[in-house]
Design a protein around this ligand. Sequence first.
Ligand code: SF4
Length: 229
Amino acid sequence: MYSEDDLLPISALQHLLFCERQCALIHVERLWAENRFTAEGNHLHEKAHTGKPETRNGVRITCSLPLHSNTLGLVGQADVVEWEPPASQRISGKRLVDVLKAATPEDRQQWRVTPIEYKRGKPKQNNCDRVQLCAQAICLEEMLDVKIEQGELFYGSKRRRVTVNCDEALREITLHAAQRLHHIIDHRLTPPAIREKKCDSCSLLNLCLPDAIAPNRSVNDYLSEIANF
Ligand code: SF4
C-alpha cells in the first residue's frame, strides 16, 4: 500500500507504456514539450472536463471525477463516469442524482459504474489507453467499494466508443505498470534513448535526441550526419 505522499499521476502510466525514457524525462527530469498530438489530446480532455453533470436515458453522467488508489499508488481524474442503477432502485418521479446520493454502499454495489476516457486519434495496438482506463476502474472500485467489469475509450477521430474489459489479465498488466512507474521515479532512472518509429510522434523528440545519443551509434555516423547540414 502506498501513502498519500507517494501517489503518482495515472496519466504517467501512458507515458511509461509508450516509452520508459519519455516517462522519465517528464516525471523525473521534469521536461515537457507540446506537439500537435499532445495539443489535440489536451483539447479533447478540456472539452470532456467542462461538461456538466446530467441524466440521460436513466444514466447519471459526471465529469472530472477525482480518483486515487493506495494499492496502485496513483491519483488522477476520470474524464467521464456513468452511473446506472438496477431497475429495482429506479424510483418513479425521483431524480437519479438524488437516488445516487441516497444510495447505501450495498445499493451502490448493484450499480453499473463505467469510467470513460477521451483519447485523440484512433484505437491503438498497444495497451497504453487500456491500462490507463483499467487504473481508473481500480481507483473507482477502491473508492466506492464497487466492482467494475468494463470501461470505455472514446476516440476523437472516429467519434466512437471502444469497450474495454477490465479482466484479470489487464489488471495484472496495470498493477505491474504501476509498480514499474514507482520504481523508475523512486530511483530516478532515465533509460537510454533507442530510436524507434514511435519517436516520430513523440513530443519530446527534440529534447530526447535519440538520433544523436543512441548508444549503438558511432562517432562516424554522427559526423557524417552533421556534415550534411
Ligand atoms: S524520442 Fe523516442 S526514445 Fe526519446 S522519449 Fe520519445 S519515444 Fe522515447
